[in-house]
Write a protein that binds this ligand. Sequence first.
Ligand code: NAD
Length: 368
Amino acid sequence: MDEISKRTFLAAGLAAALPIGAPSLGANADEPGRKLGYAILGLGYYATRIIMPRFAECEHSKLVALVSGTPEKLKTFGEQYGIPESHRYSYETFDQIASNPDVDIVYVITPNSLHRTFTERAAKAGKHVMCEKPMANTVADCEAMIAACKKAGRKLMIGYRSRFQAHNIEAIKLIRDGMLGPVRTVVADHGFTIGDPKQWRLNKALAGGGSLMDIGIYSLNAARYLTGEEPIAVNAVESTDRNDIRFKEVEDVISFQLKFPSGATANGYSAYSANFNRYRVTGPKGFVDCEPATSYEGQSMRARFSGQNGPREPAPQPKNQFSAQLDHLSECILTGREPLVSGEEGLKDLRVIEAIYRAAREGRTVKI
Ligand code: NAD
């Protein structure tokens, strides 16, 4: 049942007709303009330090539940955000969230290999899902997640926050408006110097891969949203010091070339041993440069095309990228639209990632 017909159904006072044990459709689903309730699943750095504080600036979203494997975190963050004990779940009790009408959306922010199972469980509990990038470790997992949400009639969105960030929105607009002429090249570099060798990001089973899965995905995703095209061929070179204790299981550096149907190309760089966060898009009439491009804050832009040569301030956006991302899914649910960055978008990145790894391994161009 879509959201509009669901609201009509509830408004008609027929909610009692739902079968006993059926997932709750959310409290007050018929109340216009209400804030949708999020459960945050996985209380690590990104969830607690970056995302949770941003609900304060949301118009359509609120934090109503927490899911964690660590009781102390549930207590600490539960008290900090005023989440009652009835709305705090362990990974074992998580499925009971089905009967919590305050929760509309589960936001999965765990290590990558767990994205699939928690997305499937959330969908089965009748909840919509926001899932962090990379969507999952494999194309097969992404397809299973899309199928699970589709079967449950619930929406699935991936946490590609840059699509809601002012400089990235501006870059896409300039390109689509033809200010650079047809895009010829994108150069996109993303990396950071990774520390603790024991962290999950360096464990292949949990992370699915190395820097490409974690940070290089920003180079790839940007190449796709800047060109607005899907790559048809991929080359890649990997360079990893396997004597470095951090890189026993996953890659450090991987650089890749993408060819798009229009003839545009992209050079992407990804590393766990160097700090980069930038892209440049070039066409016959000029270029757009962003550095940093996809960071949490502090983006800056330079552009050169007719009438413009130097720093450029993007059109202001009403919300920061995190609150805008959270509210986007809520609005899509309330209005029955598909999210800008749905599960299909996460799947497309994983398809190219698998091709990049294959191209590096086999030393040849891989066609997609
Ligand atoms: P983190 O290590 O800080 O947090 C991970 C959380 O998952 C921890 O609370 C941990 O206890 C929990 N967890 C559950 N099962 C676990 C297991 N088997 N092993 C290890 N931890 C387990 O990681 P993070 O930086 O918060 O990243 C979490 C997810 O968010 C990742 O998918 C990552 O790619 C994504 N992320 C996205 C952004 C972004 O800007 N969109 C930024 C950072 C992280």
